[in-house]
Design a protein around this ligand. Structure first.
Ligand SMILES: [Zn+2]
Length: 483
């Protein structure tokens, strides 16, 4: 944008001078011309990115999983341009993207993350107007999600940085010059532990629980090391775009990638699922009760201490990670149901609850939920995201603004879920429902043909629009509103 401005200004200024316009007048007119042209470039540029990401397909036929991280960092020399770009991205997202029928719908990608800081947290800051636009956009299109720079600095040695993908946060790491590096780092893999299953087998016996947890953690460690050892010795030639041309690194041809695996530059994640079910099994209560919370936090700290210990012992970048579990939430529950039968609130639901999240069926206010989950999020520093489920709030933006303000002071990373669907059969633009047979159905015309429904839901950290397995569909159906 700055290059465009400078180029146009110079060209037009000389043009005006040639025509005999006074110097002052030439500067004024050239400035106006340059601003106009810069704005045009901005609009078409943002549009092009949005359309390219949504029309280009990767080889597996999915839209590329891209996240745009929008941070109004005033120490950045391009802050004025950054503010304009963020504003334009939000404006275009609010409008939506045209589907086959020419109707504007909610795109699932790129995911948008908006960082809240002192200058835009709706307390009279310089960029509050952009935050208001972001809130309006979330109310209609679910994105952007929000990161509190204030809380993030407390958790990551004063740094503010983008997650990898939807929710994976890297541990702070410094290069040989002593500078923090977050860009270009990567994950070697995730292994997730089935906490509810340990709860089922221990059946309320804490001694048994901790013993089994240790055994399972050993197994996770072995599985992660197996992956790490398998990667060792890989040469950069296996994927030049990643290892040679800068996707991740610029290694020489034939060079091994080992140095990027060994020093904590890349991470190995211990994932977990079902803190709610585990607590219910062990204590008979939800982890939102004082007794349940005490136990749940003890387990969370234990998991974290374990990954910290592994890190110390091996020098590798182990981290604790709230697995997205888009299909795992169903798989683990199904496996346990086959083995242990119907257990109320555990295997009878058809899914396990994501990470440390409050049971999706539990009635709790948005503010209380975020405050409660924040404590768990801090422990899960390898990645996690919290959400609140909201009704249509397009006519009550100020209520949503208070929620976003609350996020800034209380939680590092949060998102709001709303409904933004479309029926191609009758043109219905509202919430497509899940009927009694767990099928998606248009409430207006009864259409159940997936090919003629656009349903966009928060699968977890990402939006999804390609329909889900039966477990995830049941989980989505069970979600209660928090506002
Ligand atoms: Zn319809």
């Amino acid at each position: 944008m700055r290059k465009t401005y400078d180029k146009i200004f110079k060209k037009r200024y000389l043009g005006y001078i040639e025509k005999g316009v006074t110097d002052e007048e030439a500067k004024k007119r050239a400035h106006e011309d340059a601003l106009e042209r810069r704005q045009e470039d901005l609009e078409t540029g943002v549009q092009m990115i949005q359309y390219q990401i949504n029309t280009l397909m990767t080889t597996n036929g999915q839209t590329p999983f891209v996240t745009i991280f929008m941070y109004l960092d005033e120490t950045n020399e391009y802050i004025d341009e950054i503010a304009l770009i963020i504003e334009e991205i939000l404006k275009q997202r609010l409008r939506g993207i045209k589907n086959e029928q020419g109707v504007y719908v909610t795109p699932a990608f790129p995911k948008l993350i908006y960082v809240l800081d002192e200058n835009n947290c709706l307390k009279g800051g310089k960029y509050d107007h952009i935050t208001r636009l972001a809130v309006e956009c979330s109310a209609k299109r679910m994105y952007p999600d929000y990161i509190s720079a204030k809380i993030m600095r407390q958790n990551y040695e004063g740094n503010v940085f983008s997650p990898m993908g939807c929710r994976s946060f890297l541990s702070p790491w410094k290069n040989e010059k002593g500078e923090y590096v977050f860009e270009s780092r990567f994950n070697q893999g995730v292994v997730s532990i089935n906490l509810p299953q340990i709860g089922i087998i221990a059946n309320g016996d804490e001694e048994k629980f901790w013993k089994l947890l240790d055994e399972r953690l050993d197994l996770c460690f072995k599985a992660l090391m197996c992956r790490h050892n398998r990667l060792l010795g890989t040469v950069s030639d296996v994927s030049p775009i990643h290892w040679q041309y800068g996707g991740i690194a610029r290694l020489k041809k034939g060079e091994k990638i080992d140095k990027l695996l060994n020093c904590g530059f890349s991470t190995l994640s211990l994932g977990y699922i079902g803190v709610y079910e585990m607590t219910k099994l062990m204590k008979g209560v939800s982890h939102t009760t004082p007794e349940g919370k005490e136990f749940a936090l003890r387990v969370m700290h234990y998991l974290r201490d374990t990954t910290d210990r592994w890190k110390k012992e091996t020098g590798l970048g182990f981290a604790l990670y709230g697995t997205p579990a888009e299909s795992l939430c169903y798989r683990f529950a199904r496996v346990d149901k086959e083995r242990f039968g119907d257990i109320p609130d555990v295997t009878d639901k058809g899914y396990y609850t994501n990470s440390y999240h409050v049971d999706v069926r539990e009635k709790i206010t948005a503010f209380k939920k975020l405050r409660f989950e924040s404590e768990f999020q801090t422990i899960s520093s390898g990645g996690a995201i919290s959400y609140v489920e909201i009704p249509n709030m397009r006519n009550n933006i100020s209520a949503l603004e208070s929620l976003v303000k609350y996020m800034y002071d209380n939680i590092q990373y949060a998102e709001v879920n709303t409904k933004s669907d479309y029926c191609h059969e009758c043109g219905f633009d509202g919430e497509i429902i899940i009927n009694e047979d767990n099928e998606w159905e248009c409430p207006n015309c009864g259409n159940k043909d997936h090919a003629k429904l656009t349903v966009t839901r928060r699968t977890c950290g990402y939006l999804g629009e390609n329909f889900w397995n039966v477990g995830k569909t049941k989980e989505i159906k069970s979600r209660v509103l928090h506002m």
